[in-house]
Design a protein around this ligand. Structure first.
Ligand code: GDD
Ligand code: MN
Length: 388
């Protein structure tokens, strides 16, 4: 504790990520400069991702000409490629010297007049995190389409319910915090939502929300796209698992082996259902395809769903790198075909040579072929040790 006190330096670092903000950046730097409380020292850090519109160069030129004020410095970090908003902010945080950090957008959606209030809440009232909030009384959003509003509300709901967050606007891109609270944390900074990650990983700290009006940008365009949205759900999933003690890990390899085999069989059974439904659909309901073609489509569909389920569930492999997944899928298809042949041969042998009844022979053949399939896929497709 004592050490912390000595380290406190009273400085505020303001982090502004930019990508193609040539029309906004200088204006916002001016505004911020005017609004900052005079009694504190600030370090403004622009983190630019090599914007094609020259934002980085514009800031460089500006810094060359602007009168330097010792207590209010501006600096810029140039990153080589567009690596996402969250990681840009993280980069800024790593370079920040202040004990208080403010994060805001560059496009005037986040009114600079709020900055002094954020700083005050931390410095004077000793909150750990202060969120400029659209979703508390007095806050609002202007200029967003209904679609974007619904998306934001939905994402917020998921964060609150799924991750147990009380903050009303955990998706805000406008916030401040004491740097000490993230010390030692591992921040992934996937996608846009770094505040959400900080909230999840620092549970128990004092949080305050200050209302503001989010004004949609007038210049330039939003960088939110499908990837941002996918990244969001990816990060929620990761955060959901964060800190949760993993279900007690089973150590006995025999149990692990059998439980995976059981999953593999379950997936196989689901494949039958998929196969049946798809074939029937194609032969009668959505088209009147020749029944053999429909059967082939049914088989392909069920092999595919089996593959996906086995990958995610049975073998818990969530790496969907394109090359890797395609090669796994290839092996899976080969082993499935092999399994089908083995099954066929075995039914023939059992019925014709052993004189077993057909239903019994079929069940036995399916169980054995599927087991062989399981072992092959475990070892070669998903590269696991046989017994694990
Ligand atoms: N360096 C860098 N790299 N900056 C980026 C990147 C990137 O990949 N993507 C976006 N930015 C910068 C933009 O230049 C802008 O200053 C800021 O990050 C926000 O980007 P916008 O594209 O304007 O986002 P938005 O308006 O759709 O959403 C913002 O507001 C929401 C509500 O507060 C973001 O701040 C969201 O995180 C926030 O939820
Ligand atoms: Mn914006």
């Amino acid at each position: 504790m004592l050490k912390q006190k000595i380290n406190e330096n009273n400085q505020v670092s303001i982090i502004i990520p930019t990508y193609n903000e040539s029309k906004n950046i200088i204006k916002i730097l001016h505004h911020i400069g005017e609004i900052l409380p005079k009694n504190i020292s600030t370090q403004t850090i622009v983190v630019d991702d090599n914007s094609p519109d020259g934002t980085g160069k514009i800031v460089e030129d500006y810094l060359k000409n602007v009168k330097k004020i010792a207590d209010n410095t501006i600096e810029i970090i140039h990153r080589k490629t567009k690596d996402g908003l969250g990681s840009a902010i993280l980069k800024g945080i790593q370079q920040a010297k202040g004990d208080t950090i403010v994060v805001m957008d560059c496009d005037f959606s986040h009114p600079p007049q709020i900055i002094p209030k954020l700083i005050e809440s931390i410095k004077k009232y000793q909150y750990d995190i202060v969120v400029a909030s659209r979703y508390i009384k007095g806050g609002k959003i202007q200029g967003w389409s209904v679609k974007r509003k619904i998306m934001s509300r939905f994402a917020t709901l998921i964060a609150k319910k799924g991750l147990g967050i009380d903050t009303k606007d955990p998706m805000s891109g406008f916030f401040a915090f004491k740097r000490s609270i993230i010390k030692g944390l591992n921040i992934d900074a996937i996608g846009f939502k770094i505040l959400l990650e900080i909230l999840v990983k620092t549970k128990g700290v004092n949080i305050k929300e200050i209302p503001y009006t989010f004004q949609n940008r007038e210049l330039g365009s939003s960088k939110l796209n499908v990837k941002t949205i996918l990244d969001y759900y990816k990060s929620v999933w990761k955060l959901y698992r964060y800190g949760k003690p993993l279900v007690k890990q089973e150590k006995r390899s025999s149990v692990k082996f059998l439980s995976k085999a059981a999953r593999f069989y379950t997936v196989g059974a689901s494949g039958f259902i998929v196969n049946y439904i798809i074939s029937v659909l194609f032969v009668g309901v959505i088209s009147d395809m020749w029944y053999l073609h429909a059967t082939v489509i049914g088989i392909i569909a069920s092999i595919t769903t089996n593959f996906i389920l086995n990958k995610i569930w049975t073998f818990e492999d969530r790496d969907f790198g394109i090359k890797k997944t395609i090669s796994q899928y290839g092996k899976f298809v080969i082993f499935s075909s092999l399994g089908a042949l083995v099954q066929l041969g075995m039914v023939y042998f059992l019925v014709d040579n052993v004189e077993m009844s057909y239903p019994l022979a079929l069940i036995l053949a399916v169980i054995i072929a599927a087991f062989g399939n399981f072992v092959l896929n475990k070892k070669w497709t998903f590269k696991e040790k046989l017994l694990s």
